[in-house]
Design a protein around this ligand. Structure first.
Ligand code: DX5
Ligand code: ZN
Length: 221
């Protein structure tokens, strides 16, 4: 008998009410194992979001895994402060690094799980040399910078290609897919090989975020 696929939703607080972050996280705590936190610097991406003090504050109100997605130029400068603030997984963009191995080693050296993310314009093969070293691979299915965008159809083939390479290498890293996911396409994302569905709008813009997560999980089955 084949085992059922394991997948989960990582609610992205980018779509939450920033005046009530603690309460917003509380709404999804019983149905999620992790919270996705988008850090943007207005340079690598054309938008600004949150930084270290916000991570420190939400660390105090939740035991969920804090999965921090750094969309910043020169992310190595920020690894230690984000680690000290309470991040559990730190994912940086491969396009922002001269030496991805150095970044992975730095993140590990502060006791955190290391992830590499890839922009839709970057060929997926760029990640292949690092797959065996990673704890998390994050494929962007929208152009990084904003929530609420449409899923790019070409992301499906990219997820499949990375999944195939990860399976070939027997990688145990999580494969996250970020952007434009809802109950309409969750199943296709899981079928393509995604295991962590990063979802902002379809969770936090719903009247009942907990039920939204449950519905998406059911649809992905
Ligand atoms: C976009 C962010 C995403 C975003 C996803 O740059 O990385 O994590 O929050 O939001 P939705 O689900 O609204 O596309
Ligand atoms: Zn993200």
């Amino acid at each position: 008998m084949t085992e059922p696929l394991k997948y989960e939703v990582a609610p992205s607080i980018l779509a939450a009410d920033f005046a009530r972050l603690g309460e917003e996280i509380g709404k999804v705590e019983s149905v999620s194992g992790r919270i996705h936190v988008d850090v943007m610097d207005g340079h690598y991406v054309p938008n600004l979001t949150i930084g270290v003090p916000v991570i420190r504050s939400i660390r105090k109100v939740t035991d969920l895994i804090l999965d921090v997605h750094l969309m910043v130029t020169d992310p190595l400068r920020f690894v230690v402060p984000f680690a000290e603030a309470g991040s559990d997984v730190i994912t940086v963009h491969v396009e922002t690094l001269e030496n991805p191995i150095e970044a992975i080693e730095l993140i590990r050296s502060v006791g955190k799980k290391a992830g590499l993310s890839i922009h839709p314009d970057t060929p997926v093969e760029v990640l292949f040399p690092y797959l065996a070293m990673l704890d998390n691979v994050l494929i962007m299915s929208v152009r990084p910078g904003f929530g609420g965008q449409e899923f790019m159809p070409e992301a499906m083939g990219r997820i499949r290609r990375i999944r195939a390479e990860m399976d070939r290498m027997k990688s145990s890293a999580t494969l996250s897919v970020d952007g434009g996911i809802s109950k309409e396409n969750a199943r296709a994302v899981v079928n393509a090989g995604g295991r962590i569905l990063v979802i902002g709008s379809a969770v936090f813009e719903s009247i009942n975020p907990k039920k939204a997560v449950e519905d998406i999980l059911k649809c992905a089955m």
